[in-house]
Unconditional design. Sequence first.
Length: 455
Amino acid sequence: MNVISSGLQWFVDLGASVMLPILLFLFGLVLRIKPSKAFKAGLTIGIGFIGLNLVIGLLTKNLGPASQAMVKNFGLHLGTIDIGWPAASAIAYGTILGSLAIPVGVITNVVLLLLGLTKTLDVDVWNYWHIAFTGSLVYVVSHSFALGLFTMVVHVMIIYLLADMAAPYIQKQYGLEGISFPQGASAPGYILALPLNWIMDRIPGINKIKITPETIQKKMGIFGDSSVMGLIIGLIIGFLAKYSLAKTLQLGVSTAAVLVLMPRMVSLLMEGLTPISEGANKFVQSRFPGRDLYIGMDSALAAGNSTVLSSALILVPLTLLIAVILPGNHVLPFGDLATLPYMIAVMAAVFRGDIFRTIIGGIVNVIGSLYIASWVAPLVTAAAQGAKFNLQGNSSISVLSDGGVWTTWVIVGLGKIMTWGGIGLIGVITLAIMIWYNKFRNKNNKQTVTETANN
């Protein structure tokens, strides 16, 4: 067990930029793609992730100090620090239970694919840390290793279901043909965005507002250009941080650079993914006629979208303001401020790329996340201590993204109250919805084929 655990941990520690190319190269060989083509595809994806990480690093490097300055200027004094997803993933994978998340996720994925209960073939295995996170929290409240494993199975089922349901929106809005986002911090946004979109469609005046990068550029000319928008947003954040003129200008140009470079890194990722996606669908069609697959990837593919990134940057100061005025909130947003693009990526697709609706949806998301992150803070702190994570002098920690997502509240809450019964109930409900949804989808597909043939 220790040897397997150590081996898995070593592989996970390679990071997405190394781990994904290796997995996708091997996957390409299984799909009978030429070794040279599979190798090039995997390497291109690795290069794309490195480029993406460099751009995100640029954003974090500049946004982090600005956020700290805004926290100081606004006089925020909240008892729980948001440590961000990198630290949360280290905590999640820092135990034996957490290290088993990858085999649990892969096996569950294969079983669901064979049963026809999901269309998502998840190649983004590094992001199984999301299920390791909830599994670890349930283990903290139940002290049951087996229940922690079962929690991971149920959580990943929920993620695949949401990824399948959101995939048509993702593909249409972002032009990511055959891609889904089975990511724990992004996929749940689908359920939140649907009713919000329905409500806003029916509010007079609100339903007439349409703000997209295209409409902004059309009406505002050069000021609607993504690079200029980035500059303006960066200057505003610098002003709120009370930066000097020089630092404010530097932040503005850096933010503009992020908005321009991020989409180009995503296009590089897609260049590598295309042959893998095509190979996967050919492989499935030859063995399961009539079925097609979604390739499950990180929602970083949408993080560079103008709507997503612009909305997320506007939400940064708004998130800090909300944290101050929100009654009952104990969490100081910090580490996950740069993760806001991921938190709203699926929501923006449901909102059809509308910046106004994405910001409104993002505000609702942030409010819920702050409350849930405050509630789960004692468990996150206990899990961190169990993983021997350095709290760096903080007595209470939480995570705005995964710690605040509604799936964490439902899974951990029922796991705490009803233990096996609670997680089992969630599993049964999820399985029932999966069966219904796939029957519904297959029925619609047959109708579409029939109508096409008649025409």
